[in-house]
Design a protein around this ligand. Structure first.
Ligand code: BES
Ligand code: ZN
Length: 474
């Protein structure tokens, strides 16, 4: 019911949504054609174009106070609709319009920035992460304003262009604009559900530390015939150091790494055990011959609730065609850790550096450089908004959502929780096999259209939650 007691999904809205599908797809495709890769300087103008595209679309659907806010990095886009009255709740919708690089481009079946429909899936970089999922909420607003001229509650949009590079500009902006961004709940659709028909509410995301390890040897590259055997090869030394970062039980071997990690409670383990995801699903989705990980923990626990250390890339010396007999002057590795609650993200870099310096041989020098860090996020399960989220999914999918913790990171989430003191609803509708950050990213269109309906249903359910908890509409 909306505030006047009418069901939001009346027949005119339903007809509108059915007829709007082609247009919604065409418009999303237009946006996906803009290669807004935030990490690559050559795409800076494209990132800006993607922000402008969104701002134009927001204006055209009837959102107001649409702003493109310049930052030291990529712009933030803000818009709102605040005519539901002071006593109606306010939802802050967060998303990001930047995307990951496309490499290796030759692995894409269709070009990453030419959105292509195959079956029920739309293939393009950013289709799921996060343009498609965010666009669904803009489309939800469009549908409501077009059919009834009003929204049942107040809405603010906060959309950034730097999520994939750590959200620095938004982390600086948000704490200074708490009045403007004040809301009762934050809605983030930048996650996935379990399967096309199985919604998932994520109540925790891991934090992150990302950095570089550099091993330095000779003051310049050397001929491996003239010097090989007499100087320590930095590639070899780096490999040996990296191999010491885990023990044989799959645990991170950096002293202190687990010090602040709270053991999983029996309740939490029981809850995570309900998630229908195990080794069979993992092997099927990833193509690995066997699972790997920390002994004593299930796959769901390893991914969502335990910290990790990953080597994301390594280079040093010659990697072109053919061969070159060289001892490189240095070797590097990009490393990142996923963190769980109570781990201090700022402490991880120094911890790794201390350990590596301690075990490094005197034949080389090792340094660790921090690039990014953000703590883990946990959202409370016992707030009425969570029940509203659950009912909204149930209404559209016809099944209760599963609750779980997930492994990815959304760095701004903790800043939202701390600065605005509101709960976050992580309500995605992407799928685990959407190929995020990989070739052939896709969006499953039936879920995109359901996502639009979930957004609308959530507004309605939030209003009834608020009435129940006595701090809402009346
Ligand atoms: N959409 C993801 C976050 C995500 C992925 C949540 C999978 C839940 C499950 C987001 O766009 C992302 O990729 N974030 C980065 C942040 C990093 C670059 C600081 C990540 O997790 O690697
Ligand atoms: Zn991402």
């Amino acid at each position: 019911m909306n505030r006047n007691g009418n069901a939001i999904f009346d027949s005119s809205l339903d007809t509108y949504l059915q007829n709007a599908q082609k247009n919604q797809l065409d418009e999303l495709s237009d946006w996906l054609r803009i290669p807004s890769v935030s990490t690559l300087p050559q795409h800076k103008a494209d990132v800006e174009r993607a922000a402008e595209w969104l701002a134009r679309k927001m204006t055209s659907v009837g959102l107001q106070n649409v702003e493109i806010i310049p930052t030291a990095g990529h712009p933030i886009v803000y818009a709102d609709w605040l005519h539901a009255g002071d006593d109606a709740p306010t939802v802050l919708v967060y998303g990001h319009y930047d995307v990951q690089p496309v490499d290796p481009e030759e692995m894409w079946i269709s070009p990453p920035f030419e959105p292509t429909l195959r079956g029920d899936d739309l293939f393009a970089r950013g289709a799921s992460d996060d343009k498609g999922q965010l666009f669904a909420h803009v489309a939800a607003i469009e549908a409501l304003l077009a059919t009834s001229g009003a929204l049942p509650l107040n809405v603010k949009f906060l959309v950034e262009g730097e999520e994939e590079v750590g959200s620095q500009a938004l982390a600086d902006y948000l704490p200074s604009e708490t009045e403007k961004l004040a809301a009762d709940v934050c809605l983030i659709s930048d996650t996935h559900i379990l399967a096309p028909d199985q919604p998932l509410i994520i109540y925790g995301l891991r934090g992150i530390w990302a950095g570089e390890i550099t091993v330095r040897g000779p003051s310049q590259d050397l001929h491996s015939g003239m010097f090989g055997g007499a100087v320590h090869n930095p590639n070899q030394a780096l490999s040996a150091l990296l191999a010491r970062l885990h023990d044989s039980a799959g645990r991170v071997a950096v002293p202190g790494f687990y010090e602040d990690v709270q053991p999983l409670t029996v309740n939490e383990r029981t809850a995570l055990a309900q998630v229908p995801y195990g080794e069979a699903e993992l092997l099927q989705e990833t193509g690995v011959p066997a699972a790997w990980g920390e002994e004593g923990f299930t796959i769901t626990e390893r991914i969502g609730a335990r910290p990790t250390l990953e080597i994301n890339g390594m280079w040093g010396g010659f990697i072109g065609d053919g061969f070159k007999t060289v001892i490189p002057e240095e070797a590097c590795a990009k490393v990142s850790c996923r963190l769980v609650p109570d781990q201090q993200s700022s402490a991880i870099g120094p911890m790794i550096e201390r350990f590596l310096k301690q075990i490094a041989p005197p034949t080389i020098e090792v340094v660790v450089n921090t690039l990014q860090h953000a703590p883990a996020t946990v959202v409370p399960l016992d707030v009425p908004e969570m029940q509203a989220a659950s009912r909204a999914y149930n209404r559209v999918f016809g099944v209760e959502p599963v609750f779980s913790r997930e492994g990815g990171s959304i760095p701004i989430a903790t800043v939202v929780q701390e600065s605005l003191a509101i709960p976050i609803l992580f309500m995605g509708f992407g799928l685990p096999d959407d190929n995020l950050h990989a070739p052939n990213e896709k969006l499953h269109l039936p879920n995109f259209y359901r996502g639009i309906r979930v957004g609308i249903a959530l507004m309605e359910e939030l209003i009834s939650s608020c009435l129940q908890c006595g701090n809402g509409a009346e």
